[in-house]
Write a protein that binds this ligand. Sequence first.
Ligand code: 1PW
Ligand code: ADP
Ligand code: CA
Length: 562
Amino acid sequence: METQPRALCSQLTSQHGLCDVTLTGAFLSWKEAETCRRRAAGHAYDPRKAGAFKKGGRCVPLCEIVAVQETEGEDPGADTGERRSAPRSPAECNQHAFTVSYVERGRKHRWQCSEVTFRCTESRLCLQWLQAIKEQLALLTTRPKRLLVYINPYGGKQRGKRIYEQKVAPIFCRASISTDVIVTERANHARDHLKTEADLQKYDGIVCVGGDGMFSEVMHGLISRTQRDTGADQNCSGETLVECSLRVGIIPAGSTDCVCYATVGSNDPVTSALHIVVGDSQPMDVCSIRADDTFLRYSVSLLGYGFYGDMLTDSERKRWMGPARYDLSGVKTFLSHRYYEGTVSFLLADSNVGTPRDKLQCRSGCNICQQPSADKRLCGKEDRALDGEAKGAWQVIRGKFLAINAACMSCACPRSPKGLSPSAHLANGTVDLILVHKCSRLDFFRHLLRHTNKDDQFDHPFVEVYRVRQFRFTPRCQETASELELELREGDGVGRARFFSQICRKHPACGCMPTHSCWNCDGEILPHAGIEVRVHCQLIKLFARGIEEQTVFDDPYTLCAI
Ligand SMILES: CCCCCCCCCCCCC/C=C/[C@@H](O)[C@H](COP(=O)(O)O)NC(C)=O
Ligand SMILES: Nc1ncnc2c1ncn2[C@@H]1O[C@H](COP(=O)(O)OP(=O)(O)O)[C@@H](O)[C@H]1O
Ligand SMILES: [Ca+2]
């Protein structure tokens, strides 16, 4: 029995002329044929032409080949866009050809699907190549074959359906991926379908076409379903949640597309489709949010109180404007300059998961996300155990805040390419907690502006940032209520009188002033102000690989040399 994949090496013709084509267990490579080069050097050597040959050479990792197929009715000029001026010669008519589709990297982390067609005169050789490449592709078992696709037709600029049909479906088809497509008919359609109806055994992954809100729906459906199917109770505080086995692919077609941008490095639908086809896998942390001991929601990107909560509330009334609603509501909220009083308590993460200001950005194959840390081990343990273990480790900050932001990932998006917390990690079991204290409008503007340039947005005296694994927020109005409860239960008559007089002095309008904001939870409004948040390390997986270091794959010859 053959254990090693077959290696092949032949001289085949591509649009750049005769090539040495090699297939090994790891790469498919082609370059100008040696004989050609010698002939070119010996006779009428044309450096431009030699350069073009060199340019035409590639070394493609097998895992980045999308598909290979026999090319029928092959026209040698077809893939270069050249028009044929002469009829085919008898030799050309006898040619056999196959086309390889592969991932090619462009600027700004974009991927595109390129093609190369190789021709030869022997049908047997052509078949041998086709079969060998197909055999190699069949060994890549992490690639999805059947996908369940949800499209939000109203997300972003309402282009979800068109984006899927024109840019994504042809790539899935090329890669022989079969799909069941559901165009949603209402909000929460995808969530409910996943939660109760979908036959998940049939699929290797789920794809959502839309924005962060749509991804959030799919994530909620999938996590709830996984817990239900495995007997875990997401409503129970301290429950160890079970990781979801199906991966989720995001085709960006929303307003912010932060989850896609921060996990792939771009918001380009073709790039996302290719990451799905090659079967990438990126684990991701998920925060669970509770209030009054009741489970509310999950969050993976931004959990923002104050500025981002108010901005979202205002923007929901302007949904008809599409993505521009955030700009208008952002300016309006900035001008209102509201601050909110309350107490933030948090449990700091271990130092081995980095700090928000360490400049160690989470990139493909991130070391910090791969090391087993205490945070990961503790994730999912009983809250009581956590509390006991960490007794005294809780830090408490009272203040007046313009914004409280919890970033479970960098939250990079086209509006802020480095994100709310540029060094936050996708899968380290922690969340970066950013506290923006009350400051002048001008200072707050400077802080916001730094999200869009290279300056450090944490380098202000009114900004604090911590890497945490759990936190709580209590708005001032609830704080006094709980204190009051305690005082009434435990205190004597004198204490009670003193407490009431305190409320009256501080809250002259009877203690129920509208002094609280709401939370922006991945773009959904959470009407609660007081919440408790816990990170569940690597609870879900995406069809992504994290943002690649740009330089590694810039030169195709580098790879050939490896
Ligand atoms: C003076 C210039 C100010 C510019 C400030 C730029 C900061 C932008 C930081 C944005 C971070 C967004 C994090 C992602 C949030 C999404 O989950 C959420 C929902 O996205 P969706 O509409 O579903 O795609 N979008 C928003 C804007 O809240
Ligand atoms: N068919 C539908 N009709 C109305 N709302 C929908 C539909 N499908 C999904 N939604 C909801 O639309 C909201 C926004 O979706 P999203 O795709 O995130 O777009 P955007 O990025 O523009 O906010 C989400 O909260 C989602 O639940
Ligand atoms: Ca994280």
